[in-house]
Design a protein around this ligand. Structure first.
Ligand code: MN
Ligand code: MN
Length: 501
């Protein structure tokens, strides 16, 4: 049955368990709330899926709630928003191993209550038709967290570009382009500029994989000809200068068109320079990095094939000194967001299609570990403040991708997505105890200090005592997002309402 084009489709109701009911009233008490303006001890009352009240400790009475969550000693953050994941996605003939159910359960286990994934139209396919099919498929998989999509464009014709206003009307307010992967997903400069021209007046944000695909294609072919096929040659053929060049180029193209660009997975210091320059000049250029660039380095590409292959991603892991530069960039606001870029392939039967670096599927898992890693290696070490951490994993992605003030804030009227994070709880990161379908973890053996105690997603208790609630399925909604607006016009949450009954 064709879907209506006049708004988001209603939730499908596939067979199986019914969508879990939203808990009535839940009181989160005794924690320290990282709110929109202040960080202070406060209790939070949730009702019918929304935040009803935020109040000084003791004002809200437990008798008002059906259930009370003890947040003593914990940070209370807005639920995590991961703006860059690849669930159930076909890449070079292989489908990433987490679908929208399993991937969102893993997300919730790590404190992330919303993700924004990607919709890939076939060449020549109507973007609107692709969106409708993608949305139906995502929801049919019964996601446990809320899910939105960025639309991927490659070399769109004018007919496809003419559909962009209708995509905005259906809540897709960001698109993704690739400057890498020549011959597959790469868009040439003419195509990039044409896309940027079309999105600028619509308030669409353009996510960019910034690496010079033509140059990398040549370096890769030359390395293979020389017999340099081991995984570490993946790094040598994708030098940081070719990332910086692409960042600089897209910043300039976007400036010519008056468009906003968001550089995904910034990997190190060289690529930060053009972002800093652009932002200092007032250009609408933004960026994210990912936990693996903050925590791992190129040494992970050494060793035997099966181990080294686990660290293959693009851009590649850089030097240890780059980690310091990225932390500094988060602390000073050059980069405001951290996404997982979760792109999980099993090492046993997927990731190594042939034993040479250019035949190893790119991508690392991290949807469950993102917030814990950033806390353990960033907040605990003093590299970033708790506020910076909460901004990077929730508030800034909400602002960037049109989810504010519904998400990313703990304020009355916002969705009841809450992360109760115990900064002293120990959690070994291991495939023996995680919620993704992937069979390896680049952080295997690291024990982080600091982990979720409880998670509320749309008012539902999704994690209790640090564990996902058994039978978690469904409940996730499609995220219809708003276009970007100038910062001064940004919507603000309503004034706090003290609820005492
Ligand atoms: Mn990428
Ligand atoms: Mn990606």
């Amino acid at each position: 049955m064709p879907e209506s084009t006049h708004g988001p489709a209603p939730h499908p109701a596939p067979s199986g368990a019914p969508t879990p009911p939203v808990a009535g009233r839940v009181l989160v008490t005794g924690g320290t709330v990282i709110g929109p303006d202040t960080t202070e001890p406060a209790d939070v009352l949730v009702e019918n899926g929304l935040i009803r009240a935020v109040a000084s400790p003791g004002v809200l009475r437990p008798a008002a709630a059906d259930e009370t969550i003890d947040a003593g000693g914990c940070w209370v953050l807005p639920g995590g928003i991961d703006p860059h994941t690849h669930l159930d996605t076909l890449i070079r003939g292989h489908r990433t191993c987490d679908d929208f159910h399993q991937g969102t359960v893993a997300a919730l286990a790590g404190g992330t209550t919303s993700i924004v994934d990607f919709c890939y139209p076939e060449p020549g396919e109507s973007p609107l038709a692709a969106l409708h099919a993608w949305r139906a498929r995502m929801l049919a998989q019964r996601p446990a967290a809320d899910v939105g999509v960025h639309l991927v464009l490659v070399q769109p014709g004018e007919d496809e570009l003419a559909e962009l206003p209708r995509l905005v009307a259906e809540g897709v307010t960001s698109i993704k382009v690739y400057m890498a992967y020549r011959g597959r997903r790469m868009t040439d400069d003419r195509g990039l500029l044409r896309i940027l021209q079309c999105v600028a007046p619509l308030g669409i944000t353009v996510l960019v994989h910034a690496e010079n695909g033509d140059a990398i294609d040549l370096l890769t072919a030359q390395a293979i000809d020389r017999g340099e096929t081991a995984p570490h040659h993946h790094s040598h053929t994708r030098p940081d200068l070719l990332e910086a060049e692409a960042v600089n180029r897209i910043a300039h193209l976007a400036r010519v068109a008056g468009a906003r660009v968001y550089i995904v997975h910034v990997s190190g210091s060289t690529a930060l320079d053009p972002i800093r320059r652009a932002r200092a000049a007032g250009w609408d250029v933004h960026g994210e990095t990912c936990p693996h660039y903050l925590v791992l380095d190129e040494h992970a590409l050494e060793g035997d094939l099966a181990t080294a292959a686990q660290a293959v991603c693009s851009p590649p892991l850089r030097r240890a000194a780059d980690q310091d530069a990225l932390w500094q960039a988060l602390a000073d606001g050059t980069l405001a967001m951290v996404s997982s870029d979760h792109c999980a392939f099993r090492i046993a039967d997927q990731k190594i299609t042939e034993p040479r670096f250019d035949c190893i599927l790119n991508g690392l898992p991290g949807i469950e570990q993102r917030i814990m890693l950033l806390h353990h290696f960033g907040v605990r070490t003093g590299r970033i403040t708790p506020r910076c951490w909460a901004d990077a994993v929730s508030t800034s992605p909400a602002r960037m991708f049109g989810l504010l003030p519904r998400k990313g804030l703990i304020a009355p009227g916002a969705d009841a997505d809450l992360l109760v994070f115990d900064p002293e709880r120990r959690r070994p990161l291991t495939v023996a105890d995680h919620h993704s379908a992937v069979d390896h973890l680049p952080y295997e053996g690291i024990e982080v200090i600091g982990a979720p105690r409880a998670v509320l997603a749309g008012g539902r208790i999704a994690v209790r005592d640090g564990r996902p609630v058994p039978g978690l399925a469904g409940g996730g909604r499609f995220l219809a997002r708003t276009p970007s607006v100038p910062h001064a016009e940004e919507p603000r949450p309503a004034a706090p309402v003290l609820q005492t009954t």
